[in-house]
Design a protein around this ligand. Sequence first.
Ligand code: PLP
Ligand code: COI
Length: 342
Amino acid sequence: MPDESESVVDWDSLTFSFTKTDRMYLSKCKLGGEWAVGSMMDFEDLVISPAAGVLNYGQGLFEGMKAQRASDGSIVLFRPDRNAKRAQEGALRLGMPPVPEEIFLDAVIKTVRENSRWVPPMGKGALYIRPLLMGSGPILGVAPAPEYTFLVFTSPVGPYFKGGITPTSLRVSERFHRAAPGGSGGVKAIGNYAPGMIPSKMAKKEGYSEIIYLDAVNHRYIEEVGAANFFCVKDGVISTPELTGTILPGVTRASIIELAMARGYEVREEKVDVEYAMSADECFCVGTAAVVSSIGRIQYGERVKEYYSGEVGPVTRELYENLTAIQQKRSPDEFGWIVDVE
Ligand code: PLP
Ligand code: COI
C-alpha cells in the first residue's frame, strides 16, 4: 500500500479529471473460458502485447459509476447491478466474454473499499469507478482476441461540466454524428468516444460546454449530449429520446424516468425533434458524471434558444434535488437503488 501520508486531494477544487488512487482490481479470462474472481493490487501500468485486440481493433468497453459519502457517513453505490448488466450486453455485442454480475459487483465493491480514503466528503464530489473490459490477448486478424482483461480503477472527481450547477450552453451539431443504426452506439464501446473528442473540443473553443447529437438518418431527432442523455420539459410533460439502439441506455436516464413518474409527471420516451426541444420550457441532461445538468441555452444553426433566462428550471431542480437526496441517503431509498459498501 502506498504511504498513507501521500497527499489527499483538495476536496474543494475537484474537477472531472484523473487522480491516481491506491488500488485496482484485475482478472483475466481466455476466449471461451470462464471468469474467475480476480485480485486486488496496487494501481500500476499494465504490460500488454502490441498486438492486443483492444489496441488494434478497439475491442473494449468501459463503465462509469460513482461511490459517494452519504449523510450517515457510509459509502454507497447507485444501482451497480445496472452497470453490470449493461457491461454484459456490451461484451456480447463486441465479442467478449461477459463478466458475471457477482464478479463485477465484487470487483467494484473491493476496489471502492480499498480506495475509501479517496471518497470525497458528502457534497464535494464522488469516487468515480471505472470498470474496463478489453481484448488484451494478441491477434492479427479482425476477430475476437484470445484473452480478456477485466479491471476496475477509481479516481476522485468533481463536477463533469465546468461551473457545476450553472446551466450549460450547448450547440446542436449539424456536421457530426455519434452513432448509426446497427452500430455500437447502444453499448459503452471504447471506440464510441474518440470520434466525439474533436467535435466536443471545437464546441468548447466556441464557448459551448458540449454538443447535442442528432440522429444519423433524419438529422432531426435528438440523440445525446456528448456522454449524457437528453431530456426536455414542455407544458409539464417530460420527453426523452427513445432507445433505438444508437443511444446509450443510461442508468441515470432510467432512474430519472422512474423518479419523475413517481412524482406525478407524464414522461414520454419518444423521438424528440430538435424543433420541439427548441420550443420546450426546460432542457437538461443526465448521466453518472453529469448527474442532472441544466441546459441554459441551445444553439441550432443560426437560432439560439434560452431556457429560464439561463437559470435552472423548476423541474430540472426538483429532479436533481430528488435524485441526489436518494443518492446521498438524505431521503429514503424508496426504489431500492442504494447499495452500502462501507
Ligand atoms: N450517454 C453516453 C454516451 C454515456 O457515455 C453515458 C455515460 O455513461 C451516458 C449517456 C449516461 O449513462 P449513465 O447514466 O449510465 O452514466
Ligand atoms: C459517465 O457518465 O460515467 C461517463 O461514462 C461519462 C464519461 C465518458 C466521462
